[in-house]
Design a protein around this ligand. Structure first.
Ligand SMILES: [Fe+2]
Ligand SMILES: [Fe+2]
Length: 176
């Protein structure tokens, strides 16, 4: 995968031009302060999912722009899901069920998103959220890429270093 990125620097720059407004948004950047899986922040995970989804969407001719933007915002929930919720009776947040809606509300608040992007965000936990059936091919693509990336981030050391390098390249348009 990393070779594919290095070979194809135009994929990074086209990804940047599609997603630059999201990547440079200050609220979006705070996702880097929340741990997602082990040593991977939500920001890193979101870029990982978005870039892999973008490459696949281009290959399959499935609306690469909406796929990249929706995937980038799929976990835009702005809290640490490992923390127990003192306001809930059980102390458990049921994060898996609830965070797609939280991410969708945040995405709508901060960005102008289209119907495909909204569907990608809201349905990405399917089949856990059994009643939220994905409506578009892009939504199906992102929900599988999300599961694949999460598995790789948890289990593969080389994936973690790849993701960190990918984030540096994706943010090459600004000084971080
Ligand atoms: Fe998620
Ligand atoms: Fe995710």
């Amino acid at each position: 995968m990393y070779k594919e990125v290095k070979k194809n620097t135009s994929a990074i720059s086209s990804f940047q031009s599609i997603t630059k407004d999201i990547l440079s948004n200050d609220t979006f950047k705070t996702l880097d302060s929340f741990v997602h899986h082990r040593h991977i922040s939500i920001l890193e995970h979101s870029i990982h999912v978005a870039f892999r989804s973008y490459l696949l969407a281009k290959k399959l001719s499935i609306d690469p722009s909406s796929t990249a933007r929706g995937a980038l915002l799929h976990d835009f929930y702005l809290y640490d899901w490992h923390q127990r919720n003192p306001e809930s009776k059980t102390g458990i947040q049921l994060h898996g069920f609830k965070h797609p809606k939280v991410a969708l509300n945040n995405a709508k608040h901060h960005f102008d998103i289209n119907a495909v992007e909204a569907d990608i965000i809201e349905k990405h936990m399917w089949p856990l959220t059994i009643h939220k059936l994905p409506r578009y091919k892009a939504s199906l693509l992102v929900l599988w890429v999300d599961k694949y990336c999460s598995f790789r981030e948890i289990t593969h050391q080389e994936t973690r270093s790849f993701v960190k390098q990918l984030v540096v390249e994706v943010y090459s348009f600004e000084d971080r």
